[in-house]
Design a protein around this ligand. Structure first.
Ligand code: HH2
Length: 263
């Protein structure tokens, strides 16, 4: 899943696009490079990001979603707002990626009634507050039981298990230690009822491992550490990786899959 942020302020790629046409071209390039899905986002969720109105977010994403859909691209919409998700689905998106994990009852209702693909991500707090004092008694148990409870509620409404992706939400209300524990134990959760999606790409914890030279790494210098973490997640059984750098991810996937299918 390739990340296409049409925002002025995303943490690693905000403000780089000249307009909707440029975004569409970039989305098509990501597909040509091997992405199966393009995840379009109109609001940054980086720690402390200012939230935008639904109208503003729709303004940012609408022509990009419509343009990519016209070209046959499979689109996911990265939003916490039911109004935005609903408009994106109308324009041709078929996957709702909600970093707040369907907290808003209207968002839950929309996904349940449409039966579309959904990604339920775990976040402690909100993007405005989440990195103040993240705290858990047992991060792995708490994150996954919360995700599974929300997923169960959707299956009770008739949504198929295979349409519900669960994501532990790396960097969303988590310390370095929490993120590393979740990555270390990811494999305990990938053989269950629901496919697992992970977003590790350029996350700040990957550039902040104590004791390594050059730390902390700025976002655009996190290419190699991203590939290393994504490889770990792939080997642990993640079904989908949300990535900024499609070519690197596709090349890693090729070698891992070749290795896994060897005698
Ligand atoms: N991370 C970000 C945004 N959306 N969705 C899922 N499912 N999982 C993630 O880990 C995730 C996500 C943050 O990354 P990015 O989109 O690059 O930045 P920003 O939120 O600043 O636009």
């Amino acid at each position: 899943m390739a990340i296409l942020n049409v925002t002025p302020d995303s943490f690693s790629d905000g403000g780089r696009l000249a307009g909707p046409q440029h975004a569409i071209e970039l989305g098509l390039e990501m597909v040509a490079d091997g992405a199966d899905w393009v995840d379009v986002g109109g609001e940054s969720t980086r720690p402390g990001a200012a939230s935008v109105s639904a109208d503003e977010e729709i303004d940012r994403i609408a022509s990009v979603v419509a343009g990519l859909a016209q070209e046959g691209v499979k689109i996911s919409i990265d939003t916490q707002k039911p109004e935005v998700a609903s408009e994106a689905l109308r324009l041709g998106a078929s996957w709702v990626n909600d970093v707040s994990g369907l907290r808003d009852p209207e968002m839950f209702e929309l996904v349940a009634s449409q039966g579309c693909r959904v990604c339920i991500m775990h976040m402690q707090g909100t993007p405005q507050t989440m990195q103040r004092v993240p705290s858990y008694l047992d991060v792995d148990r708490e994150v996954w039981s919360e995700l599974e409870q929300r997923a169960e509620r959707l299956t009770e409404r008739g949504v198929q298990h295979e349409s519900i992706f669960l994501d532990p939400g790396f960097g969303f209300g988590k310390t370095l230690e929490h993120n590393l524990t979740l990555l270390r134990r990811l494999g305990d959760h990938t053989a269950g009822k629901y496919p697992v999606l992970v977003g590790l790409s350029r996350k700040s914890f990957l550039g902040a491992i104590p004791g390594f030279p050059g730390q902390p790494l700025p976002p655009l210098d996190r290419y190699e550490v991203t590939l290393a973490a994504q490889t770990a997640a792939h080997l642990a059984g993640a079904a989908c990786l949300r990535v900024h750098d499609v070519t690197g991810a596709v090349r890693c996937r090729a070698i891992i899959e070749a290795m896994l299918s060897a005698q």
